[in-house]
Design a protein around this ligand. Structure first.
Ligand code: TRP
Length: 324
């Protein structure tokens, strides 16, 4: 089985991204051929800082490795280092329906957010993403809920291409984790935890014990005093229970029983201890990687070489069937 997925080197990757996306990747690694990309060409479709882009790319690479991605087994690379991504995206642009692109929820959201600055790349973003996926004859794409629509469009594009030019691409399936797919903001539990919201709203994978303590301590709770899972009436506590459950591998029901007679405060204390413990391997791996920056560069260069080989094979087929 062939797996492909990627994360943008923009903003701050947090436990929500880990639980919904990266944790799935690590599990897939055991049973599939995996390619994990750092999609810098997607990150530049909205205003960004040129000076810190390289640093952010390295940061995402550290997160992949600290999460348990094994670069000897899986391919880890940066999108812009394999030029076939842009080549295939251009070709797919010629068969993608403009109406489909304009309908994408993320395009609508982002073009509202950056209304002074909407570039054609923002509209074409899903075509580049379809190229990423189809270039490797990907069978399964593990992503967060918010990317489901883009993977569905990649399927539509692949089917259209195959029927127009002959069987060329595998049709990819999407894989979305049901629980954990939505971790909410700590400060506003009606909203998803987001890479671009204030620091206090999210827990980063490399947060120090002090940061974790402070953020969980000030996380929004609800009126009442019961530790009960009820996202409508108790969104704050329900979110903290979800986080607790996912990091402890204990069902929410068991946690409700265990904390039945305890206060919000002691529940938060216990969650803080759990997160400090579970994120310790991430912090350790990060400080190890920081001591040896060439190590990551080497992994990315090697990954790009391995990816390129596969990408070139697909491009040869594509050009042939298109008469190029
Ligand atoms: N658009 C995805 C996101 O923002 C990242 C991405 C780019 C991706 N190309 C991909 C994910 C290909 C899966 C497959 O999360």
């Amino acid at each position: 089985m062939k797996i492909f997925s990627g994360i943008q080197p923009s903003g701050n990757i947090h436990i929500g991204n880990y639980l919904a996306v990266i944790k799935q990747w690590v599990a897939f690694q055991e049973k599939a051929d995996c390619i994990f990309c750092i999609v810098d060409w997607h990150a530049i479709t909205v205003p960004y800082e040129t000076k810190t882009l390289q640093q952010k790319i390295k940061e995402v690479a550290s997160i992949y490795l600290a999460s348990g991605i094994n670069p000897e087994k899986s391919i880890v690379f940066v999108q812009s280092q394999v030029k076939e991504h842009s080549e295939l995206a251009w070709l797919l642009n010629t068969i993608t329906s403009l109406g489909d692109l304009q309908r994408m929820t993320q395009f609508k959201d982002k073009s509202q957010k950056h209304s002074q600055n909407i570039c054609a790349g923002l509209l074409n973003y899903p075509v580049l993403m379809a190229g990423d996926i189809l270039l490797y004859q990907t069978e399964v794409v593990p992503v967060g809920e918010d990317q489901k629509q883009h993977v569905e469009l990649a399927r539509t594009i692949a089917k259209k291409f195959n029927s127009k030019f002959g069987e060329t691409f595998k049709i990819p399936e999407v894989s979305v984790l049901k629980i954990g797919a939505k971790i909410m903001s700590l400060t506003n539990p009606d909203k998803k935890m987001s890479k671009s919201d204030p620091e206090s709203s999210r827990i980063g994978l490399f947060d120090s014990p002090e940061q974790i303590k402070k953020k969980i301590g000030s996380a929004t709770t609800d009126s009442g005093r019961e530790i009960k899972f009820n996202p409508k009436e108790k969104p704050g506590i329900s979110n903290l229970l979800t986080i607790y459950s996912l990091f402890s591998d204990k069902p929410i029901k068991d946690l409700e029983n265990a904390f039945a007679s305890q206060s919000y405060q002691s529940f938060k204390q216990s969650l803080t201890d759990l997160l400090v413990e579970k994120l310790e391997p991430f912090r350790n791996k990060k400080s190890e990687l920081d001591k040896n920056p060439e190590f990551i560069e080497k992994i990315l260069a090697d990954g790009a070489k391995r990816a390129e080989k596969q990408a070139q094979e697909t491009m040869q087929k594509v050009k042939k069937v298109m008469g190029l």
